[in-house]
Write a protein of this length. Structure first.
Length: 630
């Protein structure tokens, strides 16, 4: 709680009658202050009036220093006792030395309460110098005492031998009885049933000479059903030459109502803070002083595990914690606030993204404490990452579209130009062409149409693959016969190639379960590429075997131009072509289709290559798979 600049600065958040509570506290007939860490953090107006010390000197001071030196040890002992008995229900009378040097007696009743997330001592006190004077006066002159006490502001009565020997006018007023009735009946019948046993026990012990508290609070149940609170002080005095009990009391009902209202307010505030959707913590010296339940849940700890703990445990390293601490401290000192987003470490080691907003308890003084609010933004961050991924995918798709347009415009232009020129030859020079020349022109048209059809088939197949519509339909297949047919077809396409093809599939089992259509896509592409990218000739090897009766291993190896090492990772991307292919025609679709077909077989493909030293593709497929996919 920030130290108030005036005595009317009590803050009662969350309580509907906040102003009413404030007015009650400020207009109490008793002094009230709150002490936390041995320093006054709040005082009402009556406290200033009673102690005769200005508010600015009261705030932040240790109240023990105001007491008479002889009473200071007793005050310190009382402070220590409160640690084990936070609500002793007992008053102490201590001497206070004002700034004017006058010694005054105070009746002090402390109790421990929560204040801004930490224990504090709430103390009510009144000046009882006059009462003490009355007792002293009684010892000198009974008549003089009677004159004084009759005009006292507190109720007073004397009990001797179980009977009322004296009551003053104020006692009758407070108990709502006339003096004669009070002398005759007393007031014990008005004591609340829940307090009667305590009063009787203390009276018994006092008469037995035992040490009992001389001040306490009790409730009266009035005839109209109202409950009123009395603050009672009891002492033994001589009366008419014999012992008697002097009791003086005052009505503290308003104070108790205010006290209850404050307790409700604090409880409501705690409930409000603990049900907030954001985590909140008070941090001082980078050590957690208080947290609400939400922040404990967010981080995976209990409230007690976090209290007194350094915030370093939330970070990955001591260096990171120190560096951020310097940044935060500078910003808070300059602006009183600081906000940023970062990941914090939970109890289970997982990272939690939060938006952290800090505000100084005292403006521009981060060392006095900082209130931090933490909002869980993990889902938002994940959504942002998903958006970034979607944008990256969209960018990649746009690039693929551009490459597709470039590829089709280039790859279709050549066969279309060949078809157009062939048609012009037939149209204008058909009579001049021999039969063989006309057949060559028609073969050119056919080859161009086949080339365009083959490219369209690849594009359509890739589209079906991306849409998840490419089917895998395994069936029994005689691989030796199939491999020979495949090799014959590929060699027929590359009759003019200077390459020499060596094959070996003699150790293949028969039959096997495979998708013949997908196998053709795989190995016709690999063999075609081996011829295409070996323009200078060389040896091409195509082998297949089953080394462990569980897998089929196919190898296609050439001695061609090879693939740059930096581009191997992108080799199976759609429309990707190596940078060293030069003017060799191609679409960049073949290996993308190969990879998809291998994956549908639940197999794998590996590449080894070196520029100008050739390339080796190894395809491994499960033997006899029964897998079916679409």
């Amino acid at each position: 709680m920030t130290s108030p600049s005036t005595t009317s600065s009590v803050d009662l958040p969350g309580y509907n009658s906040q102003e009413q509570c404030r007015q009650v506290v400020e207009n109490l007939a008793e002094g009230l202050f709150v002490v936390q860490d041995d320093r006054v953090v709040f005082a009402n107006r009556m406290a200033v009036d009673i102690l005769r010390i200005p508010l600015h000197k009261l705030m932040g001071a240790d109240p023990v220093v105001w007491l008479h030196p002889e009473d200071q040890p007793r005050a310190l002992a009382l402070r220590a006792a409160l640690q084990s008995h936070p609500d002793p229900h007992a008053n102490e009378e201590l001497r206070h030395i004002g700034q004017d040097g006058v010694v005054r007696w105070l009746s002090v009743r402390p109790r421990v309460v929560p204040w801004e997330g930490k224990p504090a001592t709430l103390t009510y006190f009144t000046e009882v110098t006059e009462q003490r004077a009355m007792v002293e006066a009684l010892r000198h002159s009974e008549e003089r005492y009677r004159l004084v006490v009759e005009h006292s502001g507190e109720g007073m009565l004397v009990v001797q031998d179980g009977h009322f020997a004296f009551v003053n006018r104020r006692a009758a007023e407070l108990l709502h009885m006339d003096k004669e009735e009070l002398m005759r009946k007393g007031y014990l019948h008005l004591i609340h049933p829940d307090d009667r046993a305590m009063v009787d026990e203390r009276r018994r012990r006092r008469l037995a000479g035992e040490d009992v508290p001389n001040r306490y609070e009790i409730r009266l149940l009035m005839p109209d059903g109202m409950v009123r609170w009395l603050d009672i002080g009891v002492t033994l005095v001589p009366w008419d030459g014999a012992g008697a009990t002097l009791t003086f009391f005052s009505d503290i009902t308003e104070r108790k109502v205010a006290d209850a209202a404050l307790q409700r307010t604090w409880a409501e505030r705690e409930a409000l803070l603990n049900t907030a959707l954001v985590g909140m913590a008070l941090v001082k010296g980078r050590t957690i002083q208080w947290t609400n339940r939400r922040i404990a849940d967010m981080l995976g700890y209990t409230d007690t595990q976090l209290l007194g703990k350094s915030t370093e445990f939330l970070y990955d390293s001591h260096t990171e914690w120190e560096e951020l601490g310097r940044i935060q401290h500078a910003a808070l000192a300059a602006h009183s606030t600081y906000s940023h987003e970062r990941a914090l470490r939970r109890c289970d080691g997982r990272m939690l993204w939060v938006q952290m907003d800090g505000q100084c308890v005292e403006p521009f003084q981060p060392d006095a404490g900082v209130i931090w609010t933490l909002l869980d933004i993990t889902e938002r961050r994940q959504a942002e990452l998903e958006t970034h991924r979607a944008l990256a995918q969209q960018k990649e798709l746009n690039e693929l579209r551009s490459r597709f347009v470039a590829m089709t415009s280039h790859e279709f232009r050549t066969p279309l130009a060949a078809i157009l020129s062939s048609v012009e030859l037939l149209t204008h020079y058909s009579e001049r062409l021999s039969g063989k020349d006309r057949q060559d022109v028609l073969h050119t048209i056919q080859d161009s149409v086949h080339r365009m059809t083959h490219m369209l088939d690849r594009v359509l197949m890739l589209g079906r693959s991306d849409a998840g519509m490419l089917e895998f339909k395994p069936a029994p297949l005689n691989l030796k016969t199939w491999c020979q047919t495949l090799v014959d077809d590929v060699q027929a396409q590359w009759r003019s190639s200077q390459c020499t093809l060596h094959t070996d599939w003699s150790l293949l089992p028969e039959p096997v379960l495979a998708d013949e259509k997908l196998l053709r896509h795989i190995f016709s592409n690999l063999l075609t590429n081996a011829f295409k990218y070996s323009p200078q000739g060389g040896e091409i090897r195509f082998t297949a075997h089953a080394p462990n009766n569980k897998e089929l291993v196919f190898v296609v190896q050439d001695q061609g131009i090879g693939i740059p090492a930096a581009e191997i990772d992108h080799l199976f991307d759609s429309f990707h072509r190596a940078s060293n292919v030069g003017h060799i025609a191609g679409t960049g679709l073949g290996l993308a289709i190969v990879k998809t077909a291998v994956q549908l077989h639940q197999g794998r493909i590996e590449v080894e290559s070196s520029v100008n030293h050739g390339t080796r593709f190894t395809v491994v497929l499960p033997l006899g798979t029964q897998h079916e996919a679409t």
